[in-house]
Write a protein that binds this ligand. Structure first.
Ligand SMILES: NC(=O)c1ccc[n+]([C@@H]2O[C@H](COP(=O)([O-])OP(=O)(O)OC[C@H]3O[C@@H](n4cnc5c(N)ncnc54)[C@H](OP(=O)(O)O)[C@@H]3O)[C@@H](O)[C@H]2O)c1
Length: 376
């Protein structure tokens, strides 16, 4: 979503856009690595990273930070001061982002956190004229009130909200939905595999070996969150569906999505340390569902579905020929039905997670914002 449309275009650099980065984890570190790679290039000269922070430490330099030096934030213990690298440190300071960004025509905050506290500030920063580019779904994928506040803030401040990285890690999903609507098309339905970890699990589960073994394998490969219940509960997919639905003009309340969690109650209540030993509680019901699907010549897929004003997230048995039954690995696969794509949906497929594609999606949005200014 962007109250002020993101546009393309570019020219020679003059005053660079000032950029603040929150989060130096998997995605934030990949953003810093890309900025370091761009140093001294025409693309890099259009951006000046002036502030970078995680939940433990922060660096600020009026004249611009060295992105390579900022990468060391990821390793820094809480409260440690960095000296001699052209920056100063203090705690991550959400109250003072505007001051840290200083004066510039174009000021951009990149949110590479999963922090609700940070997401709650998006509307305020937008209203201050600070463009917000985010990988975090907690801005647009939670309450309708926050989603509306983001739109209001963006309109008030004349700022853009770059959200390409929030669903499908930069696959052209939100962009396609908006482009179709801008061209007068009406979206009838959206359905898709929106979780890389759940895609992997159901692309690999064979009904022979226990499902819990596949969950462990996916967790060990880094496809799931450290606590796989976060993926299996469907919550992450619910947030993504809310973002897609709202961008398609269906202003769903956060409670309006019916979610089928794969996590049995007995597993849901356990402390994290006991989860691994109890994962086998997933096995029996999934084995039965797999067998029933196979008997009908179908495949199990974890699907997010928006039809009319109804929205649902859960496991479905899909015929082999269904547009969403294919795909491989951790691919996301999304089908969009509209006036134009009435019989055969528009299908978008590709890697929907991963640090590099997500960081690239964030920086694409940053460069689109910068491209709105002909002198940058
Ligand atoms: N990983 C992916 O493939 C992927 C794909 C698409 C979207 N996303 C989204 O991208 C976001 C980041 O994901 P990730 O995998 O990089 O997570 P991560 O590795 O857990 O990193 C999160 C970062 O946010 C920092 N943080 C937390 N609260 C903060 C605050 N108040 N101020 C500043 N920094 C704060 C953390 O600080 P500490 O280092 O001090 O803990 C950490 O550096 C999430 O919203 C995620 O859903 C991720």
């Amino acid at each position: 979503m962007s109250a002020v449309p993101l546009a393309t275009g570019a020219a020679a650099a003059s005053t660079p856009a000032r950029v603040a980065l929150l989060g130096t984890g998997t995605v934030g570190s990949a953003v810093l690595a890309k900025l370091a790679e761009w140093a001294g290039t025409p693309r890099g000269r259009r951006l000046s990273l002036v502030y970078a922070a995680n939940s433990r430490a922060a660096m600020h330099a009026e004249a611009g930070l060295c992105a390579r030096a900022a990468q060391s934030l990821a390793l820094m213990p809480a409260g440690q001061l960095l000296r001699g690298i052209g920056g100063s440190t203090c705690a991550s300071d959400l109250d003072d982002i505007e001051r840290h960004l200083g004066f510039a025509d174009t000021r951009i905050l990149i949110d590479a956190t999963a922090s609700d506290r940070v997401a709650a500030r998006h509307p305020e920063w937008l209203a201050q004229g600070i463009h917000v580019v985010t990988a975090c779904k907690l801005g647009q994928g939670t309450s309708l009130a926050r989603w509306r506040a983001i739109r209001t803030g963006a309109a008030r401040g004349g700022a853009c909200y770059g959200d390409s990285a929030t669903v499908g890690a930069g696959l052209p999903l939100l962009r396609s939905i908006r482009d179709l609507q801008a061209g007068g098309d009406r979206i009838h339905a959206i359905a898709g595999v929106l979780s890389g970890s759940l895609a992997w699990l159901f692309n690999h589960y064979d009904g022979l070996r226990p499902f819990s073994g596949f969950v462990r394998e996916a967790r060990d490969a880094g496809y799931t969150e450290p606590d796989p219940r976060e993926d299996l509960s469907g919550e992450d997919v619910r947030r993504k569906l809310l973002i897609l639905a709202r961008s398609a003009g269906v202003e769903l309340d956060s409670g309006a999505v019916e979610v089928e969690s794969l996590v049995p109650t007995a597993l849901a209540g356990l402390p994290l340390g006991h989860v691994d030993a109890a994962l086998s509680r997933l096995d029996a019901s999934l084995r039965e569902r797999f067998a029933a699907a196979r008997k009908g010549g179908a495949k199990l897929r974890f699907i997010a579905r928006l039809e009319g004003s109804g929205a649902r997230v859960g496991l479905e048995s899909l015929p082999d020929a269904h547009p969403l039954a294919g795909g491989a690995g951790t691919d996301n696969r999304i089908a969009i039905w509209s006036d134009r794509y009435r019989e055969q949906p528009l299908v978008i497929q590709g890697p929907g997670a991963g640090a590099e594609v997500t960081a690239a999606a964030l920086l694409d949005d940053v460069l689109r914002i910068v491209g709105r200014r002909p002198d940058l």
